[in-house]
Structures are given as C-alpha cells and as structure tokens.
Design a binder for this molecule. Structure first.
Ligand code: 3NM
Ligand code: MG
Length: 533
C-alpha cells in the first residue's frame, strides 16, 4: 500500500498539555476543541504529549484518532513509535528522539514519517542517497520565539527557514514551518518563501530563480490557545491559501527595457502630481534626516508622517502608501516600533522600504538589520555601497560611518543582483552610478550630482523618493518604483546643481528639494541616463 498523499497546508500540533487552559480539564473538552479545529480546516494533526505516561498518551491518541478519522485527516504521533504502531498512525520525530532511520525501519514502509529540522546540515543528512524514501516531510523551525515548547532549539528566523528550504531544493520531501506561526508573523514567512517564479514570456530574460516554497504552516498555540479554534483554523488556512498575495511581485525583468522604464517613470511623476489623495509615507527614520525626508516627500506631492509611536502603527498601516524603516537611529525602542510597524504593513500588504544606514559599521547594527528582516518582509532595500556590501556579506567595500564610500565594487552588478535574488526583493545601491536589481534584471542610473555626496541625508532622501513611488497605487512593481525614485532624485539633483545660486552644500540641499517640487515628466524623459546592465 503506498503512503497516502497529504495536504500539509495547516498542520496542527496538539496535546492536552499544550492547551494552556485545559491541562487539567477532562479529555472530552480537549476532544471537542480538536473537533472544532478540524471543522475550521486543519489538514493534519499531530498529538504531542510530553508530560504523560504511555497509558495516558495512548488513550488521548486513541480518542483523537477517532475524531480525526471522522474528518479524514491524517494523525501523527509525536515521538512514541509504539503508540503510532498500535494505532496505525503516522510518526513525527524530533532531533533528540529515535533516529529517523531506525524509526522508519520499525514503522514499515506504509506510514508517513516526519522529522524536525533546525539546520541545513540536518536537512542534508535526510537528503543523503542512502536515506532516500525514509522521510515524508520536515518541520522546519523554530521560525520565531515561542513559549509553547520546553527545550526549544535556537530560533532560526524566517531567514534560517529559508536556508533549510534552499537545501531541500526540488526534493519530493514536503516542508512545513513551525514555531511562533501566527496571523501576524505569517505574511513575512510567506513573503520570504515564495513559490517559484513562472518562466518569463521573454525568451531573452534570465532564467527564473528556483525557489523552494513551503507546503504548509504548523501551529500549536495559534489554534490550541484559541477559545474558537474553528475560527482560528479558518483564518490560518485562508492566509496560507492567499500566499501569492504576500509575495513581492518581482516583474520578469525581460519585459522592461530602459526606454520603457523611463516612460513609466514619467507617467508615475505625472500620476503623483495629479494624485488628489496623496499617498501616506510613514517614516521611522533617524533623527538627523527627519526634516529633509519629510520635506522631500512633500515636494514630490506625497504626505509624510514621522511617527515613532508603536500604539498608532496599526492604524497608520491602514492608511499607508509605503513604510520606510531606516536603521540610522537604531535604539532598542525604535527597533521595536519598526518591528511592529513592519508587521502591520505586511499584514495590510503595504510596501516596506528598508534603508540599512551604517549597517556595516558595527556588529550591533548588523544584528539589528538581521532581526528586522526576520521580523518583517521588506520589498526594497536601498543603501550605499558599504551598506549593500555588508548585507551581501562582502568585505570589498568597507563602511565606517554612514557616509557613502568611494567608487564601490569592481563588479557592482553581481553584488546587487545576488543580494536581490537571495533576499527575493529589489535592491537599490546608490553611488556615483546607482544600480538596481530584482535578482533577474539590473539597471544602472548615471544621473546625479557630486553635491549629493557632500550633504548628509541624501541617501535617506533617495529612499524617501523610492518609497513615494513604491507607495503609489500602480501596477508597475517595486523594481520600477525603485528606478523611478532614483531617477527622480538624481535628475532633480542634476538640475539643482546647475543653479547659479548653489554656493555650497546647504544651498544645494534647499535647491534639491525645490527641484523635486518643480520636476516634470518631460525632465525625466529628457534627462534620464539609464541602461540595462
Ligand atoms: N516544535 P507555537 S517549535 C512543537 O522548532 C514545536 O521544532 C518546534 O508552538 C520546533 O505554534 C514548537 O505555539 C512549538 O509557537 C510551536
Ligand atoms: Mg520531539
């Protein structure tokens, strides 16, 4: 008998000790709760009873199996191979339980076997040719911190989950994510583990990157702690079913020529000028540039708000065009607000621009950036060469402060494209020449003025300009928004620098904001110097 095919979309790990309020409650109330969860759409159940003896575990599992059978939902037993065998159930083992090879040996060929995986090495072990066919799915985690499990392994973050998935590749083994999976963390999980891009209609386009996506979400407390497990399960199922909507839509680059980008950028400038309802740009940025970024945003005809109050982040995210998270004042309270605002923006499917100011300078900032990227999904990263280099893991361009650094990389195209492909987002690197990539196609923008390197905040203002275009309600995605924002600020800088009134950095700064205000679609078409590289 071949092993059954399972829908892993919503994998519910339960057990009486995991229900916070019913650990001493009768079995019946636990079973009622389980039945409601099944009615809500749970597709797989695992019984996990860590603090009970065999007889009690057996009884819980036996009764649970009757409920699951009624809904035709497969049941896994955690760790207790004997109970799985007695009840003809499937088995899940963790890394400190019986080795999965031995478990498979005793379980026989017909039952499903799942394994908890925390690291790429553990994944590689399962993928060894001599282990082929032993394991049916892996539970990857913990993605986030959770109170639910004692002896929790180190949190690996969404990015750690992604690294394990990368190793899994196009293996037939299924994958679910576990640990702190809730409606608020799910958008980032889904955004960072997107389904593979479809091949481009354009035969000249670079071949699409192969991503391995998730087959489902595994939860404990999101259902177990809910007084209405059917409602909770339904919401989780719906979130997973809509996962494509949480993916940053990266355009197939082959469809965008430089000419087309310029044309659309000009159209977007026009749209921005005509916009009656100005898009709201929520900046959580550093104390140095707040005033300049707010003025720049206004000059482009969008509405800035510079709130750092976590209590209003959720309300603001509903009105949002785009959220800007800037690492320049990375105090613990600011990072907390950024995390909350980022998650709310993700939940409301609003774009987030991340400006990793000074990320190469200290280990503290590197960790802050990594934590932030684990907590919420950003669509666009905009930084200078030092910052992009630090995120890409390159030491070729070293950053000290937040100032931009020299001529940059020998091969900037590869650095930017590789980071974009790895992070599944758009990367914009500002400098003498700006490079923008979505991991498939890469553009270079040659506009700009030397004065931009002589004032503070020009990089942060460029990020604001990118955010303004990303926040427009328009079908061209984050690649074009990034290109449009960088074209606009660089062209405005060029025009500003030509003014005879510009005597030095400070008059340039005022002129730049003026020229952003004055800029027309015709200026963009006439002056744009952009090419695909
Ligand atoms: N296994 P919640 S994390 C049972 O990482 C379990 O292998 C984990 O609980 C792992 O959904 C976990 O309440 C608990 O965060 C997950
Ligand atoms: Mg275990």
């Amino acid at each position: 008998m071949p092993r059954p095919t399972v829908d892993y979309s919503l994998y519910y790990v339960t057990g009486r000790s995991l229900l916070p309020t019913t650990s001493t409650a009768p079995l019946d109330s636990y079973l009622d709760h389980l039945e409601l969860a099944l009615q809500g759409g749970v597709t797989v159940v695992q019984i996990r009873e860590k603090d009970v003896d065999g007889r009690e575990f057996y009884e819980v599992a036996r009764r649970s199996k009757l409920v699951c059978d009624k809904y035709n939902v497969p049941l896994f037993i955690n760790d207790r191979l004997d109970i799985a065998l007695l009840l003809s159930c499937h088995l899940h083992v963790g890394q400190s339980d019986l080795p999965y090879q031995l478990a498979r040996h005793l379980l026989g060929p017909d039952r499903l076997l799942g394994v908890s995986v925390n690291t790429p090495d553990e994944m590689l072990d399962i993928l060894k040719p001599e282990h082929a066919g032993m394991v049916d799915y892996v539970g990857i985690g913990p993605a986030f911190g959770t109170q639910t499990k004692k002896n929790l392994n180190p949190v690996i973050g969404v990015r750690g989950v992604r690294d394990v998935l990368q190793v899994l590749g196009d293996s037939e083994i299924k994958a679910v994510v576990i640990g702190g999976i809730t409606p608020e963390t799910i958008p980032n999980v889904l955004a960072q583990t997107p389904a593979p891009l479809l091949p481009s209609a354009d035969p000249t386009a670079a071949s699409p990157t192969k991503y391995r996506s998730l087959d489902g979400l595994a939860v404990v407390s999101s259902i177990a702690a809910s007084p209405t497990p059917d409602v909770a399960a339904r919401e989780l199922r719906a979130l997973f079913a809509q996962r494509d909507e949480y993916t940053t839509r990266l355009e197939r680059g082959g469809e965008w020529s430089a000419e087309k980008v310029v044309q659309v950028a000009a159209e977007l400038v026009d749209l921005l000028r005509s916009e009656e309802k100005k898009p709201l740009m929520h900046h959580i940025t550093n104390t140095v540039v707040q005033n300049d970024c707010a003025n720049l945003t206004l000059a482009l005809n969008a509405s800035p708000i510079m709130s750092t109050v976590s209590a209003e982040a959720a309300a603001l995210s509903k009105l949002l065009g785009c959220l800007v998270l800037n690492l320049g004042t990375a105090t613990v309270p600011i990072l907390e607000v950024q995390t909350i605002a980022g998650r709310e923006a993700n939940r409301n499917r609003k774009k987030v621009v991340f400006d990793p100011v000074g990320v190469g300078a200290t280990a503290y900032r590197r960790k802050a950036a990594s934590d932030l990227l684990n907590a919420c999904h950003v669509s666009i990263i905009k930084g200078n060469a030092g910052e992009i280099g630090a995120l890409a893991g390159s030491s070729e361009v070293q950053a000290r402060g937040v100032d931009s650094v020299g001529p940059g990389f020998k091969d900037p195209v590869t650095v930017v494209r590789t980071l974009a492909a790895r992070e599944k987002l758009v990367v914009g690197m500002s400098g003498e020449v700006d490079y923008v990539s979505d991991g498939h196609s890469t553009f270079a923008i040659e506009n700009g003025s030397e004065w931009q390197g002589k004032i503070t905040g020009s990089g942060c203002m460029a990020s604001s300009a990118v955010a303004v275009f990303a926040g427009l309600d328009h079908e061209s995605g984050p690649l074009v928004a990034t290109l449009a924002g960088l074209l606009v600020i660089n062209i405005a800088a060029e025009i500003a620098a030509e003014r005879t009134t510009v005597q030095g950095p400070n008059t340039f700064r005022s002129a730049l904001i003026d020229e952003c205000h004055n800029l027309t679609p015709e200026d963009v078409v006439k002056r744009a110097r952009i090419k695909r590289v």
